[in-house]
Design a protein around this ligand. Structure first.
Ligand code: SF4
Length: 243
């Protein structure tokens, strides 16, 4: 947690003013930035860095949204193109669990997608895991290859809330962490030298179900706590409807 300036509990008072910031001329900048975000997405679509580095990734970048949103959700990497109907991120099995979680705090999938930019640590499908369970986790080298894209996405969007899903995404922001239960259920304000300076970070486990971590009732309680933090931030931000 060395990159975080402040650990906050239930609320995020430091950010209440930011979250209530009215839409104004800065939004013009955000809409202009959207063009640049579109350009970045085209760049990602052309990228073959991982293939050049010897990884047999399936080039099917799944990322979505516009720059003028207050939240960014960061997954690990896209699912198989066959498992993401319509090319929508989190439109498969992991997405079903994610949106079940959000439904518990009264957040409908469509509204969430409209107000959250969804991306991932690596943008291409890494292939199936060797143990037959779930997908292969991207290597550190692949993560490094793709890192500049995520850094640029965050710089363009300047999110107020960031939701990293799973250890790899959480460690992108916090550096090496210990057991997941030390970070899930906590909300962290990212430091000024973070890729998302000043944003409230609400870590969640990856919803793929590949890990047994979620089976423990104590861990499920931590997820519920994290979701309550997210609900609290959403309710403070009048421009984020839940339906
Ligand atoms: S995962 Fe990222 S760096 Fe690797 S090929 Fe895809 S877009 Fe390029």
């Amino acid at each position: 947690m060395s990159r975080c300036s402040l650990d906050i509990g239930q609320g995020c008072d430091y950010h209440v003013d930011m979250l209530h910031r009215p839409m104004n001329d800065t939004d013009d900048e955000r809409l202009l930035a959207d063009d640049t975000l579109a350009a970045l997405q085209q760049e990602v679509a052309r990228c073959r860095r991982c293939n050049a580095a010897g990884y047999d990734v399936v080039h099917s970048p799944v990322m979505g949204g516009i720059a003028a949103v207050p939240m960014v959700l960061v997954g690990q990497s896209p699912a198989s193109p066959q498992g993401t109907p319509g090319g929508l991120p989190f439109n498969g099995r992991a997405g079903r669990r994610l949106f079940q979680w959000l439904a518990r705090i009264g957040w409908e999938e469509e509204a969430f997608r409209q107000h959250c930019y969804i991306t991932a640590i690596t943008k291409c499908y890494p292939g199936a895991g060797t143990n037959g369970k779930g997908d292969r986790a991207p290597t550190r080298r692949e993560q490094q290859c793709c890192r500049p894209f995520l850094v640029r996405e965050l710089a363009l969007i300047r999110p107020q809330v960031v939701i990293p899903l799973g250890r790899i995404a959480i460690e992108f922001f916090l550096g090496r962490i210990g057991p997941l239960d030390q970070v899930i259920g906590r909300t962290v304000v990212l430091s000024e030298d973070s890729p998302a300076p000043g944003a409230c970070l609400i870590p969640l486990p990856h919803p793929s179900g590949a890990s047994l971590w979620l089976n423990k009732p104590a861990n499920q309680a931590l997820v519920a706590q994290a979701l309550e933090h997210l609900r609290s931030l959403r309710d403070q931000q009048t421009s984020i409807p839940n339906t």
